[in-house]
Write a protein that binds this ligand. Structure first.
Ligand code: 5GP
Ligand code: MN
Ligand code: MN
Length: 329
């Protein structure tokens, strides 16, 4: 059993073994929350050498910069060179690990905790459940199996991860078990209102102005996806620069787009470099956007996925529009 193998892999280590935790590039609340909560759990077990990292530019979104355990977070360049164990959080495939992919592949043992439908099965031990609402569900299960008692710091990390990946407990995978986990986390003394204000209601004024502009140029195509409808918009690096905002403020901009009643499918095309775009896809149930994204070299979940594309936003959306009928659920 994979859970027993993961527990044994941790128990086999001495207290001074180097343990590396890794999450995906451009980390979100689940990537950072599940990883840092688990890192704190390892510290509670007496492991003294624990580092957490992610590939690429070392920019932690402001809402997550105060998470407990953030002191263990280091840039990719300061990661262990040859750790005894690597644990990987919220990563669907090695392409999301950038320069850290080689290290994960070379590690004697790598435990992958993930919930993406598109997970490629990399790593030596896989704790992968596409029905899990967040990777933190799996991280909590593993720390608990290791004998860690949840405390307020660990719980805050896991709660942030759970709240962000479930859209504040409203997406399809928000089960009884998810609410029971949330209850266990809150019982450690968390204040969900404080956490929500810090995570969701602390956006700079410039982010709101930017949002207004990007939403103002949205286009609705009611005939797309066999009449279920498509709504899309795009944001450029110039938009970010004009409003002096970092790229992560676009991470949640798909949410107001997907709220449009006339469209089942929503698309946000975000510029990452000259001619290079990150395409975010959401569906309300008509289209399996995970399979569509995989066909374009990306991945994700059935109703929330993405890929990287080249060219112009309008052309990328035309490509998505043509593919929709192939991936109707
Ligand atoms: P978002 O649209 O919020 O960036 O991503 C939605 C989901 O799709 C996330 O679970 C994310 O992991 C996945 N995803 C987004 N872009 C990519 C990509 O380029 N490659 C892969 N493999 N997954 C992606
Ligand atoms: Mn994620
Ligand atoms: Mn996740």
């Amino acid at each position: 059993e994979q859970w027993d193998a993961a527990v044994a892999a941790v128990r086999a280590l001495g207290g001074d073994a180097e343990i590396q935790l890794v999450c995906h590039v451009s980390p979100d609340g689940d990537a950072l929350g599940s990883m840092l909560g688990f890192a704190l759990g390892l510290r509670r077990l007496g492991f003294t050498r624990v580092r957490a990292t992610f590939p690429g530019e070392f920019r932690v979104p402001t809402p997550y910069a105060q998470l407990p355990g953030v002191a263990m977070l280091v840039p990719e360049q300061a990661a262990y060179r040859a750790p005894a164990l690597v644990l990987v959080f919220d990563v669907a495939g090695e392409s999301r690990l950038g320069g850290l992919a080689a290290q994960v592949a070379a590690a004697p043992v790598s435990v992958v905790l993930d919930h993406h439908a598109s997970n490629t099965g990399f790593g030596t031990i896989q704790l992968v459940d596409p029905h899990a609402a967040a990777t933190s569900v799996l991280a909590e299960e593993l720390v608990t199996r290791l004998g860690v008692r949840l405390d307020a710091e660990i719980a805050e990390c896991f709660y942030v991860a759970l709240a962000t990946d479930t859209g504040s407990f409203k997406f399809d995978l928000t089960t009884v078990a998810v609410h029971e986990l949330a209850a266990r986390l809150i019982a450690t003394g968390l204040r969900p209102g404080d956490i929500s204000r810090r995570i969701f209601d602390s956006r700079p004024f410039g982010a709101m102005k930017l949002t207004g502009e990007v939403l103002g140029r949205a286009v609705l195509d009611p005939a797309a996806a066999g009449g279920r409808g498509l709504v899309w918009t795009y944001a450029t690096l110039a938009d970010l620069a004009r409003h002096e905002q970092p790229p992560y403020v676009l991470d949640t901009l798909i949410d107001p787009v997907r709220s449009v009643a006339e469209a089942d499918v929503s698309v946000l095309v975000k510029q990452v470099a000259e001619g290079e775009w990150a395409v975010s896809l959401r569906s309300k149930g008509a289209v399996d956007v995970s399979r569509l994204a995989i066909s374009q070299g990306g991945g994700g979940h059935r109703l929330a996925a993405g890929f990287t594309g080249h060219g112009e936003p309008g052309d990328l959306v035309d490509r998505v529009r043509r593919l929709l009928d192939d991936y109707l659920i």
